[in-house]
Design a protein around this ligand. Structure first.
Ligand code: MF3
Ligand code: CO
Length: 273
């Protein structure tokens, strides 16, 4: 895009719209809190999906993933080397030592929310726990740059810069995205380092974004299963995913709209040994 002047394509939300986003996103934070306790050894990924869908509907909301481009479930449940978009299955039973990513979204009163967490099941290898923690911390490294007046790829570069010393793989084939009255809006939000002359859009107050680093213990390269959805690492290494819907503010750090009630929101910066 060098030398080309880009028209700003992303309309910030009004305060009234933001208030509706907050409601949708708060519901999603509550959903994640309940699903966290439901992730246990012996549970099938289909049970997690069914429980999640039931909770969403009980809240008076709808699962925005279901039937999205033909996706067959309400929740994406991705185990170990599955990175994202794992399709829940009755015969996929969680075992001790698994790590499981739950990517959930809902739509309430026309406004979308989207968030993901990765949980360990039982006794998880320390390397996988460190991956989960670093993935979350990379999101918060991005948040420190998610400030009006900065550019979008300041977020991307901060996420990538945080992860780089660990030597983890950063998935490139999937990205974060704008969100609002649609699940996926502009802009595309990479989690990898962008070339210096590309800065991305100017961040303005009221922009609502889903920022979602996907990180692996091995290669960044992924492949798609024959089901057309499940994304897994090419080398079979485990992967973690951490995502929140956020709003850029007039000044200061962004509002993180989909946090769980009791969630540590800015963990001490985590460094590799
Ligand atoms: N959080 C996922 C994403 O942004 C939502 C996927 S919707 C699905 O890609 F239908 F593809 F599952
Ligand atoms: Co998303």
């Amino acid at each position: 895009m060098r030398g080309k002047r880009q028209r700003q394509q992303v309309r910030p939300k009004t305060e009234a719209e933001l208030e509706k986003m907050r409601v949708s996103c708060r519901m999603l934070g509550e959903l994640h809190t309940k699903l966290r306790d439901y992730v246990q050894v012996g549970r099938s990924t289909a049970e997690i999906d069914a429980y999640g869908e039931k909770l969403i509907r009980e809240m008076g909301a709808e699962p925005n993933f279901k039937n999205y481009q033909g996706y067959p479930a309400a929740i994406c449940v991705s185990v170990n080397d599955e990175v994202v978009h794992g399709i829940p299955r009755a015969d996929r039973i969680l075992e001790d030592g698994d790590i499981v990513s739950l990517d959930c979204g809902l739509v309430y009163d026309g406004w979308h929310s989207d968030a993901a967490r990765t949980w360990g099941v039982g006794n998880v290898h320390p390397n996988a726990l460190r991956l989960i923690e670093a993935t979350k911390a990379s999101f918060f490294a991005g948040m420190r740059k998610a400030v009006a007046g900065n550019h979008l790829y300041d977020i991307s570069n901060a996420i990538a810069g945080y992860l780089q010393p660990f030597g983890y793989g950063i998935v490139r084939d999937l990205t974060g995205h704008g969100i609002g009255s649609h699940l996926h809006e502009e802009p595309v939000i990479p989690n990898y380092r962008m070339p210096p002359l590309q800065r991305g859009i100017l961040l303005e107050p009221g922009m609502t974004l889903a920022v979602e680093p996907m990180v692996t213990l091995g290669t960044w390269r992924v492949s798609w299963d024959d089901d057309g959805w499940t994304v897994r690492t090419q080398d079979g290494a485990p992967a973690a995913h951490y995502e929140n819907t956020i709003a850029i503010r007039e000044d200061g750090l962004p509002e993180i709209l989909t946090l769980m009630e009791d969630e540590e929101s800015d963990p001490a910066v985590f460094r590799p040994e």
